[in-house]
Design a protein around this ligand. Structure first.
Ligand code: ARG
Length: 479
């Protein structure tokens, strides 16, 4: 389009090295790029993390060019050798990243040409930075998704261990943060296993759409060289080809989708965090979090604060913010590539970093939680948590549910006035609320009786919790 001397153009003169890019541009423009604009447009500070994907993608492209006879085998051999050296230089920290070379792609290509001469200049045949960057990001993200899925497995396993150890521990279950019905603490942990297992499913699903090859789309319209895209896809492990060149270079929906899945995952982490913070407060006292995940206060000597869950809850906002950035980044862009897309990287990178750190810490931290069954039990006893069980009992004796609900509500009110629990009422007192009450009613009013009765699939009975744990363990070990 308007950048005839840009290295993206296949017509770059063979004599113009990338190191002299700025000079080439000065020939096209009447003044050099300002230092501020140079800094403003450069992405090297953050996109250098794509270097492995960039080298890998370039090597597959070069191999294909050689196989198709577009470059000769000697050039390919030189490119391979040069890239190996560049890899070693980057790994040992000796590679000199240059801001004036803008991004990771131009930095690596310029170094290649400096090392091997003309063969390096042929690498960009039939390719543009537009399809190159889209390929790099997809390759990189694919690997990160695989790591995230593994970390999700670790976290689920930690939660399963906690669930297994506490299948019989009874805590109050809440609705509206009011004590509702007793549940097994193991059951509560399994709720998060369900959430994180769906998060893993979503990641695996997103990966399918990430794993499509844009390379070959060139700048936007494809290339006149006889390229074999399928071959490149095979070499790089892509499942499919992007089927439209304009779409291939311009859309970042795969990154948006990933960040959406990441946001949901963080929302789940955040809900768990909120509970951990509440449970560790003196008012609840349900758990303790190991000291290594907490901090003290500089002024209040007695304090031990659950910083990790609080920060994770805070970082959820950051990831959801990245989703907003990416989705807004896309909305005004006409086809095909626009420089706007360079802004996709920092939100995406930070999302991945935040997710990986959070998952790692949570997998560890959940193993360092001390459960306090007595406090949970007391809280469940205080809140008339078995009121529904009493109503259900009356229904089973023949009363209509709405009437039973009324009768028990009446009983709860009396108990509240007297400051006692339903279980503290004598059989005779209970009989006053309904003549259907029999001597076995006391069974129904115990916390154990209440949870044990909910033994259908998905219920909170410890027996069912154990069955679910086995199912999850099998799933995680065979995936
Ligand atoms: N650094 C650029 C990016 O991240 C690479 C693609 C640049 N393409 C271009 N035509 N200027 O999007």
């Amino acid at each position: 389009m308007t950048e005839p001397s840009s290295p993206d153009s296949p017509s770059t003169p063979a004599s113009g090295s990338l190191d002299r890019k700025m000079e080439a541009w000065s020939a096209r423009f009447s003044e050099p790029m300002s230092e501020l604009v140079k800094r403003y447009t450069a992405s090297i500070d953050f996109d250098k993390r794509l270097w492995q994907a960039d080298i890998r993608g370039s090597l597959a492209h070069a191999a294909m060019l050689a196989m198709e006879g577009i470059i000769n085998p000697h050039d390919f051999a030189a490119i391979e050798k040069g890239m190996n050296q560049i890899r070693a230089e980057i790994e040992s920290g000796k590679f000199e990243w240059k801001l004036e070379l803008e991004d990771v792609h131009l930095n690596i290509e310029a170094r290649l040409t400096a090392l091997i001469g003309d063969a390096g200049k042929r690498l960009h045949t039939g390719r543009s930075r537009n399809d190159q960057v889209a390929t790099d990001v997809r390759l990189w993200l694919r690997g990160e998704i695989d790591l995230i899925v593994e970390l999700l497995v670790d976290l689920q396993k930690a939660l399963l261990t906690l669930a297994e150890q506490n299948a019989d521990v009874i805590m109050p279950g809440f609705t509206h943060l009011q004590v509702a019905q007793p549940v097994s603490f193991g059951h509560h942990m399994l709720a998060y296993v369900e959430m994180f297992s769906r998060d893993a499913e979503r990641m695996v699903d997103v990966r399918k759409r990430v794993n499509r090859l844009p390379l070959g789309a060139a700048a936007l319209a494809g290339t006149s060289f006889p390229i074999d895209r399928q071959l490149v896809a095979q070499m790089l492990g892509f499942d499919e080809l992007c089927q439209n060149s304009l779409d291939a270079v311009s859309d970042r929906d795969f990154a948006i989708e990933f960040t959406a899945a990441a946001s949901l995952l963080m929302v789940h982490v955040s809900r768990l965090s909120e509970e951990l913070v509440l449970w560790m407060s003196q008012s609840f006292g349900f758990i303790d979090i190991a000291d290594r995940y907490c901090t003290g206060s500089s002024i209040m000597p007695q304090k031990k604060n659950p910083d990790v869950p609080e920060l994770a809850r805070g970082k959820t906002g950051r990831v959801v913010g990245h989703l907003m950035s990416l989705i807004t980044l896309m909305k005004g862009q006409p086809l095909a590539y626009n420089k706007d897309n360079q802004e996709d990287k920092e939100p995406l990178f930070d999302t991945v970093d935040t997710l990986k750190d959070t998952l790692r810490i949570f997998a560890e931290m959940m193993g360092g939680i001390t459960v306090k069954p007595e406090a949970m039990r007391l809280a469940a006893l205080k809140g008339y948590a078995t009121a529904t069980d009493l109503a259900d009992y009356l229904v089973k004796k023949g009363m209509a549910f709405r009437d039973a609900h009324e009768a028990v509500a009446h009983a709860v009110r009396i108990c509240q006035d007297r400051g006692i629990d339903l279980a503290d009422l004598s059989i005779d007192e209970l009989k006053k609320f309904s003549p259907l009450v029999g001597n076995e009613v006391k069974e129904v009013l115990t916390l154990e009786g209440s949870v044990a009765a909910r033994k259908h699939v998905g219920g909170t009975a410890p027996e069912g919790v154990r069955t679910q744990i086995i199912r999850h363990q099998k799933r995680l070990n065979t995936d």
